[in-house]
Design a binder for this molecule. Structure first.
Ligand code: SF4
Length: 208
């Protein structure tokens, strides 16, 4: 098959192929940065991601099922990761009073300290983006949101906490609108990780 972005000859005259290959390199950089940070702290990449997530999200989102959906992983894998983090003294489980099977995951002070140290592992990725002017950043965000929206529709990734999967989100006369904030959203206002997000009923959840 010659019409693939991975064929350099096809790529030469095909800008889509170049974009796909560029996205692959960026995805690889993310993995390398995450891996480097993990090694420095004696953690696995998913342990790093979960510690950072726990540091910035409220109770209801600090649960195994939510983490499994958010990271596109099985509940069993997340439970194993949580057990390991508990053994390392980085998290504590807080059980609901009448339900010993359900728990929130809290960071210990050691976990919080570690999370503070690792939370900036994407700095080298941020650097070139911060050099773009305001309009270029807005354009880039819009293109990326379009790709994410398509990948969600194609059942490849979940998009928790994004406007596109939120019950408060509306498209009015081709404009984005948030019913909670009661305001129109510019493309640059579309949120990727919104604290007020309410999961839309009927949005595909790959892990359920
Ligand atoms: S509540 Fe947040 S995620 Fe939902 S539409 Fe409004 S801004 Fe977007």
């Amino acid at each position: 098959m010659s019409n693939t972005p991975f064929n350099p000859e096809y790529q030469t005259n095909n800008i889509e192929g170049k974009i796909i290959t560029a996205l692959e390199r960026i995805s690889e950089s993310f993995r390398v940065l995450l891996w480097n940070e993990s090694k420095q702290h004696g953690l696995s990449p998913i342990q790093v991601q979960i510690l950072i997530f726990l540091s910035f999200h409220e109770d209801e989102k600090r649960k195994v099922s939510y983490l499994a959906d958010g990271f596109n992983m099985t509940k069993a894998t997340v439970s194993d990761t949580i057990k390991t983090l508990e053994k390392k003294g980085l998290i504590l489980k807080e059980y609901a009073p009448n339900d010993t099977r359900s728990y929130f995951i809290n960071l210990t002070s050691k976990g919080q300290k570690t999370s503070n140290q690792i939370a900036n592992f994407t700095q080298e990725l941020q650097h070139p983006i911060s050099k773009l002017d305001d309009q270029a950043q807005k354009d880039m965000l819009q293109y990326l949101l379009g790709i994410i929206k398509h990948l969600n529709k194609a059942n490849i990734i979940t998009v928790q906490r994004m406007c596109f999967s939120c019950s408060y989100y509306q498209k009015k006369e081709n404009q984005h609108f948030c019913k909670l904030l009661n305001q129109q959203l510019q493309s640059s206002d579309i949120r990727v990780d919104c604290p007020e997000h309410q999961q839309q009923i009927g949005v595909v959840n790959l892990k359920n």
